[in-house]
Design a protein around this ligand. Structure first.
Ligand code: TLP
Length: 334
């Protein structure tokens, strides 16, 4: 329950903890566009170390993190391979096409997971008429597939294809810590399969603002320039980075509770007549329910539920999305 609402729309609605608010108040700051902000730098270094990369870069959102990363890896006119239902394709306002001049090549995955051979088949052969494949993007966990998790081995198989062709791989790891908790591995094992990764502080981890890009030092230096171009350099960013450090140090392990609650929710919803729940894809904190059996569009169902103080997202015409997070309890689910 948050502000009197049963709000399952997204984990992005989570509010900063008291410890985060205290850390924000006390944060040491500087001008991050000049000599640097010490707290932003600490967050960047901590993130890089956590994900096993050389360097990190603070950005305002996951959308900016993905765009900056894609721009840094590619050149205008190249093609990017991504999964058919990638967040980068559906819900990032075509930034990579509009700003990056990139063509997208969508590969259909099973529950959001692309098979390495399908990725290999999508790589463009060197031919006069073809664009060059400039990048492969993965998403772990996969939002539209219902929070599904790529195993480290599945990612490694795609990375092997990419390496064979000399193509870099970027990870949209907005919810990488949900994936790590679900797999029971450190997040660096997941990020270790890609050249760069973006992850969010402001989803299940409850920080108010912010995402990180991690990669090699050279990559991050180039990414800094793209971030500046997009107007993303902060000044006294330490005020928000301080909350991000608390998020990484105190909020990761508890994601297991969100996963258990999602399972409980999915099982209960699956017994409701007219709803169809694919329990196989309930692997982290996302539950998708098809409402076709109710004979009304998802948007209408969401509207009616809101009247009962249950807030959900109509993610597709026939599908509702429910997310569990820190402000949802077992009693709320029941
Ligand atoms: N996802 C949001 C919405 O789609 C707005 C949500 O509620 O799930 N990658 C993935 C996989 C994401 O789920 C999101 C946000 C982003 C990138 C973008 O992050 P932000 O919202 O910080 O720009």
């Amino acid at each position: 329950m948050l502000n009197g609402k049963l709000d399952f729309r997204s984990d992005t609605i989570t509010e900063p903890t008291e410890e985060m608010r205290e850390a924000m108040k006390r944060a040491r700051v500087g001008d991050d566009g000049r000599e640097g902000d010490p707290t932003v730098r600490e967050l960047e270094e901590y993130s890089a170390q956590l994900l096993g990369k050389e360097a990190g870069l603070f950005v305002i959102s996951g959308t900016m993190g993905n765009l900056v990363s894609v721009l840094t890896h590619t050149r205008h006119g190249q093609e990017v391979i991504l999964e058919r239902d990638a967040h980068l394709f559906w819900t990032e306002v075509a930034g990579i096409a509009a700003v990056g001049g990139l063509l997208v090549n969508r590969v259909a995955g099973a529950d959001g997971i692309m098979a390495a051979e399908d990725v290999a088949a999508a790589v463009r052969p060197a031919k006069l008429h073809f664009p060059e494949t400039g990048l492969i993007c993965l998403e772990n966990t996969h939002n539209m597939a219902g929070g599904t998790v790529w195993s480290v081995a599945q990612m490694a198989a795609v990375k092997a294809v990419a390496s064979r062709h000399g193509i870099p791989v970027h990870l949209d790891g907005a919810r990488i810590f949900n994936a790590a908790v679900a797999l029971g591995v450190p997040a660096k094992d997941i990020a270790g399969q890609t050249d760069s990764a973006t992850f969010c502080l402001s989803k299940g981890l409850s920080a108010p603002i912010g995402s990180l890009i991690v990669g090699t030092r050279t990559f991050i230096e180039a990414a800094k320039k793209k971030r500046q171009m997009l107007g993303g350099t902060t000044r006294q960013g330490g005020v928000i980075a301080a909350a991000g450090l608390v998020a990484l140090k105190t909020m990761v392990d508890r994601l297991a509770e969100d996963h258990a609650l999602a399972r409980r929710l999915a099982e209960k919803l699956s017994s409701v007549a007219g709803l169809e729940v694919n329990l196989r894809t309930v692997q982290t904190n996302i539950v998708r329910t098809k409402v076709s059996g109710l004979g009304v569009p998802a948007a209408k169902v969401a509207e009616l539920l809101a009247k009962e103080n249950v807030h959900v997202l109509a993610q597709q015409a026939d599908t509702l999305r429910w997310l569990t997070h820190r402000h949802v309890t077992a009693a709320d689910v029941d």
